[in-house]
Design a protein around this ligand. Structure first.
Ligand code: SAH
Ligand code: SF4
Length: 346
């Protein structure tokens, strides 16, 4: 059950040892540069394609495919070979094409406001399963070249550390994506942030902060009890000093919870010291957490308050709200529908 995108060029060359060397180049180019499936790489003979087709299976089966924003946002729910489900989102902007990938089926971190967290952990993804999401999206993007990859789908990428790093290296080395256009979003696994800083990949790191006092953050993000804000700050400082890369904080604005004037002050202090950029997004309501996102007016005030304290802020638009684009939501809806389909037992 291996995906061909799991393989390095040397491993493929080993496999094709009886073929002329240029076959490896042709196959490699078709797969990685042109984002083709094995059977579409027509520069290599049919018999060889068939042989490879028997050896490698595609990791992803489409279960659901929905669009919003007049086609600019497209979201898929995929079944993996064992029936576990993940989601992938493609977002087309004027200046870039971004795919948001899952790193795990489910997530064990249990953030209270997050649909994936509410559903729990199923399993780790493999490198092939992560990379295939990107290649699938690259194919779907057609004539627009996929430029950015964000690890903001289901799962905590730093809790699947080696797979995440290997997938990033494959995308950088084989697909030629610039490291600056690769973003890892983490809930704040402090030691893993430090380890990632030492990988020598000038990535963009986003830390999902959501609260800058331990009491509130313990409620929203249970991992904060293990790595509280002070420990997280150390890891963030290490990231900035080791990589010289700017850091960003994600903050889902939740009505009456983390959108107060006090929250502005706490966040401003925390972010300023680290020179971090702040991305605000109004919370997308989920079935397991019945609190609203902050109203538009409050989102603006929150942004203005941060700006007045010298913080760089972006309000992220809620792409794909109508297709449940928040973390894990569409996959949970699709699963619920599948469960409700009667299964014939004969
Ligand atoms: N586990 C990683 C990456 C996946 S979550 C992390 O937590 O960073 C990607 C982003 O979606 C995170 O910033 C997360 O906090 C945010 N998110 C999760 N549920 C959300 C919701 N209901 N509304 C808005 N943002 C949400
Ligand atoms: Fe996991 Fe991220 Fe959701 Fe928290 S927000 S439960 S870390 S996917």
């Amino acid at each position: 059950m291996t995906s061909v995108f799991e393989y390095s060029k040397e491993e493929l060359a080993e496999l094709l040892i009886d073929e002329p060397r240029y076959r490896v180049e042709q196959l490699w180019h078709g797969l990685w540069n042109e984002a083709l499936g094995i059977d579409e790489v027509t520069t290599i003979p049919k018999a060889l394609r068939q042989r490879l087709g028997e050896q490698f299976v595609s990791a992803l089966t489409v279960l659901n495919d929905v669009q919003s924003d007049r086609g600019a946002t497209r979201k898929w729910v995929f079944a993996l070979h064992d029936g576990a489900t993940i989601e992938t989102v493609l977002m087309t902007y004027e200046d870039r094409v971004t795919v948001c990938v899952s790193s795990q089926a489910g997530c064990a971190m249990g953030c209270t406001f997050c649909a994936t967290g509410q559903a729990g952990f199923t399993r780790q993804l493999s490198v092939g399963e992560v990379v295939e999401q990107v290649m699938f999206a690259a194919r779907a993007a057609g004539s627009r070249r996929l430029s950015n990859v964000v690890f903001m789908g289901m799962g905590e990428p730093l809790a699947n550390y080696q797979v995440t790093v290997n997938a990033l290296r494959h995308l950088h080395d084989y697909r030629g994506l610039s490291a600056r256009h690769l973003t890892v979003s983490t809930v704040g696994v402090a030691p893993a942030i430090e380890r990632l800083a030492r990988e020598g990949l000038p990535l963009t790191l986003a830390v999902s902060l959501h609260a800058a006092n331990d009491e509130t953050r313990n409620e929203l993000v249970p991992l904060n009890r293990r790595y509280p804000l002070e420990r997280l700050r150390e890891a963030c400082e290490y990231w900035v000093s080791t990589t010289s890369r700017r850091l960003s904080f994600e903050w889902a604005l939740i009505d009456g919870v983390n959108d107060t004037d006090q929250a502005i002050e706490e966040l401003a202090r925390y972010a300023y010291a680290l020179g971090a950029h702040v991305n605000l997004i109004p919370l997308n309501p989920t079935p397991g957490y019945l609190v609203r996102g902050s109203p538009e007016q409050r989102v603006r005030e929150f942004r203005d308050g941060l700006e007045a304290s010298g913080i760089n802020v972006t309000v992220r638009n809620t792409r794909g709200r109508s297709i449940d684009a928040a973390c894990g939501q569409l996959a949970s809806v699709t699963n619920a529908k599948r469960r409700s389909i009667p299964v014939r037992s004969n």
